[in-house]
Structure formats: structure tokens, C-alpha cells
Design a protein around this ligand. Structure first.
Ligand code: ZN
Length: 222
């Protein structure tokens, strides 16, 4: 049987059956169970799916730590991390390097914050540009660190994006934004929806496939 620390159980009202998914950031299987379901039943369900769970966990790339000399891609450009302990400039890009000032222990946090900030700038710019093309208004844009979703669009026209998309090539971010912006017009995945995606991002099939095949790699750091 799985131990309690190996699995996360979420009890939810209105849920009729047990569902199982993998949280790629926490590297943990998550069971969503009906409100009155017994824990024992949940553990048995997990046990029945042990092979699937283990295969999924193996597939998640090992976490790599941020240190001097490693490469990070930002919108398809590769940069090498350089530690500039004495500098007092935060994080800055120069000549193919991401320079990080300050103590080594804070490098990872600093690089992550830098990438998130960059992601926010790029995602906002692209989203408003594309929304203008479709004559739609965005209510607000929120950046998240979601487990498996790259983006979503709510019925209130809020767009949510996973900031990690900044580590993908530019055209992939363009596709993601096009996809969510198209949902401002079509809140479904109908033919009309894909028709609009194709206008906003003609290469959508290729980009979508890239995200399916390589998206997990963007979870290697942090
Ligand atoms: Zn969608």
C-alpha cells in the first residue's frame, strides 16, 4: 500500500467518483475523492493503479538545480548562468549570460523571479495584442505555477498562464496565448475555435505537438 506521505487526497463535495492525477511539481499522485468516501477505498484505488502511477513518476524529468554554468532557454535563446557574487545588480542578461548577483544560496530564487517577471511582460504584451485582433477584452491576466495546465480562460474572461512557458521557444508562447485568447470568443474546443486559433497562430498544430512532447522538460528547474 502507498504511505500517507506518498499520496495526496483531496475530498470534494459534488465529486461522484475517485479520480487520479499526477502533480508534476510535487511529484505526487493526487486522488480526488467524493466527500464521504473512506480513505481506505482511496488507498485501494491508488494501489490498483500503482503501475500507472510509478510509470508516470519515472517520466517526470529529474529536478536540476540552478548553478553557475548551466544553460537556461528564454523564448528559444540559450543563456548560461554566471554567478557575479560581488555585483549589486540583481539579475541581468549580457552577452549570452544570465548574470546573477549576490550569495549563491539565493541564485535559484533570483533566477526564478527574473524568469517570472519576464514571462509576465511577454505574456501581457502578446495577450493584449492578440485580444485586440479579435476585438475582445481581457478582464485580467494571472500567472500561475500550475501542475499540468499551460493556460486557461475563465467565463469572466480572465486568462491564466503558467509562467514556465517563458522557457519554451517564442512560437510556443505565441500558440499558447493564441489558444487562450481564442477562448475569449469561443469557450469550447469547437471547429470555430480552432479556426480562430489558426488565424492567430497559423502553425498551431506543430506548436501544440511541441508542447505535448516537450512541455514536461520545462519543469526541470525550480
Ligand atoms: Zn483550450
Amino acid at each position: 500500500m502507498f504511505k500517507s506521505e506518498e499520496i495526496e487526497i483531496i475530498r470534494k463535495k459534488g465529486v461522484k467518483r475517485i479520480t487520479l492525477r499526477i502533480d508534476k511539481i510535487k511529484r505526487t499522485p493526487i486522488l480526488t475523492i467524493p466527500y464521504l468516501c473512506r480513505k481506505k477505498t482511496a488507498y485501494e484505488f491508488a494501489e490498483k493503479n500503482r503501475v500507472w502511477i510509478e510509470n508516470q513518476l519515472i517520466k517526470i524529468p529529474q529536478k536540476k538545480s540552478i548553478k553557475a554554468g548551466i544553460n537556461i532557454s528564454i523564448l528559444g535563446e540559450k543563456y548560461k548562468i554566471k554567478h557575479q557574487k560581488e555585483a549589486r545588480r540583481g539579475v541581468w542578461i549580457e552577452d549570452g549570460f544570465i548574470n546573477v548577483s549576490g550569495e549563491k544560496d539565493f541564485m535559484e530564487r533570483r533566477v526564478k523571479d527574473f524568469l517570472k517577471k519576464r514571462a509576465r511582460e511577454e505574456l501581457l504584451k502578446l495577450s493584449y495584442e492578440k485580444a485586440d485582433l479579435t476585438n475582445k477584452k481581457i478582464n485580467k491576466i494571472v500567472l500561475k505555477d500550475t501542475k499540468s495546465r499551460w493556460g486557461s480562460c475563465s467565463s469572466k474572461n480572465n486568462l491564466n498562464f503558467n509562467w514556465r512557458i517563458i522557457m519554451a521557444p517564442y512560437e510556443i508562447m505565441d500558440y499558447l496565448v493564441s489558444h487562450e485568447v481564442a477562448h475569449l470568443t469561443h469557450h469550447d474546443h469547437s471547429k470555430d475555435f480552432w479556426g480562430l486559433v489558426a488565424i492567430l497562430h497559423p502553425n498551431y498544430k506543430k506548436s501544440r505537438l511541441w508542447l505535448q512532447n516537450h512541455g514536461d522538460k520545462l519543469f526541470s528547474y525550480f
